[in-house]
Design a protein around this ligand. Structure first.
Ligand code: NDP
Length: 332
């Protein structure tokens, strides 16, 4: 698979270039808004071509697929151009700035017959796969509630557009709530119905929220509680699923690395659940490549990306208005 990178980004440099290569892919070209930056990024990462012009980038180097990891407001136009050029697209979250735009991207990819996927890494984690399996095996009985602890400290290297630029898609809601929405949907196999939320700027956010707490209702009656933040330097992340017969308590699992601890608590006592320590991003890319070959589906497809964005949009509206908001999935 010949990959082109749209965006000379930190996530591509730290996770995705290695993941494409680990999945036997070739990273052929990188696009940046600055030709000089594109060339220097290409040199640093051993990428043969670089460009600052999207049309020739898409046409000239025989790309099979593109990976979009620019700031969020650029995803829509770049994805639509790539789809129109017949490229398969792995797009970063949030797919777009609005649910309507994200639906348009998914529909365009369907019409063009290309694979369009969302890079939600957490559903690829061995920890989350093991937790979901335990729930499916009935080990905690009927699920009653989920609690998500995703308050972290944004590293200084990422304290740019995320903390001061709402027009680029900054703020903790587009950044982290989308991941929590996708992970909850992955575990419960249903879509949040209504949300209430509050958000705050608690030290880093300038013109955007850097912290958020919300409660979601699920069609089955399961209740979900989430906490996302950029300002919590010492809080462990976690994911808990509570049921009538037991509870799954996972710590340090809302992360990019294959780490964490999972404890199953039932009337019989406590049990540590083991899980695979494979690389989350390599699995995401591997399933994307299989989907291009027609042999599987992406780990998170475009519809999953629309739905995680729809939940985040509802959380943002609920926090802003103080009202309970029904999630609008844009008809998808
Ligand atoms: P970056 O800030 O590193 O990159 C975003 C854009 O900012 C780049 O495309 C680049 O523009 C510009 N940029 C980056 N560094 C510089 C620099 N030193 N000087 C000038 N411009 C620069 O963002 P992230 O990598 O953190 O995030 C990119 C996307 O990936 C977002 O959509 C984010 O939500 C998503 N993401 C997903 C993760 C996941 O695990 N799924 C994790 C982290 C991010 P240009 O290309 O024009 O040079």
């Amino acid at each position: 698979m010949r990959w082109g990178l749209i965006g000379a980004s930190h996530i591509a440099a730290t996770r995705m270039i290695d993941a494409f290569r680990a999945a036997d892919g070739e990273v052929v070209s990188v696009l940046s808004s600055s030709a000089a930056r594109a060339a220097s990024y290409a040199g640093e990462h051993g990428i043969p071509h670089s460009s600052s012009d999207l049309a020739p980038f898409l046409e000239e180097t025989g790309l099979d697929a593109v990976y979009i990891s620019t700031t969020n407001e650029k995803h829509f136009d770049q994805a639509m151009a790539a789809i129109a050029a017949g490229k398969h697209v792995l797009c970063e979250k949030p797919l777009a700035m609005t649910v309507g735009d994200a639906v348009t991207m998914v529909r365009a990819a369907e019409r063009a017959g290309v694979v369009f996927a969302t890079n939600h890494h957490l559903r690829n984690a061995g920890s989350h796969i093991a937790m979901r399996e335990a729930v499916r095996q009935g080990r905690i009985g009927q699920v009653l509630s989920v609690r998500v602890f995703h308050a972290v400290h944004l590293p200084p290297v990422l304290q740019g557009w995320r903390i001061d630029n709402p027009a680029a898609g900054g703020g903790v809601i587009p950044d982290i709530v989308v991941h929590d929405a996708d992970t909850v949907r992955f575990h419960l196999a249903e879509d949040p119905a209504e949300v209430v939320a509050m958000a705050a700027a608690s030290g880093l956010g300038r013109g955007v929220e850097d912290s958020c707490m919300s409660v979601w209702t699920m069609p089955s009656g399961v209740m979900v509680q989430t906490h996302e933040s950029f300002t919590h330097a010492h809080a462990p992340t976690g994911f808990e699923i509570h049921g009538t017969e037991g509870s799954i308590i996972a710590r340090n699992v809302m992360t990019q690395d294959p780490v964490g601890q999972i404890t199953l608590r039932t009337a019989s006592g406590k049990e540590a659940l083991t899980f695979s320590d494979h690389n989350l991003y390599v699995r995401s890319v591997g399933l994307f490549v299989e989907a291009v070959r027609g042999q599987d589906r992406p780990s998170a497809d475009g519809v999953d990306g629309v739905k995680s964005l729809a939940v985040a949009a509802a959380v943002a509206e609920a926090a802003q208005t103080g009202r309970r908001v029904a999630v609008d999935y844009g008809g998808i």
